[in-house]
Write a new protein. Sequence first.
Length: 84
Amino acid sequence: MIVRIWEATVSPGRLDDALAWVRHDLIPRALGTEGCFSAEMLKSEGDPLRVMLLTRWDTPPRFEEGMPGDDVCERARAGHFETV
């Protein structure tokens, strides 16, 4: 199994917008991509605000999360890990 982790730093005051984008855009796109069998959204309300998506794949992911528009997030990064 491969776990892909996408993490974004959320712009101040935009946590609800970031969570809505992940929930209504990013998760459906991931789950609609061949090989993805689960998705889990996490948030951190520390400083800085962060939102994270963990997706699980049975094949190497060919998926790019992208970024929401309107300066909802300041930056994002992604990587994947294999279970051992």
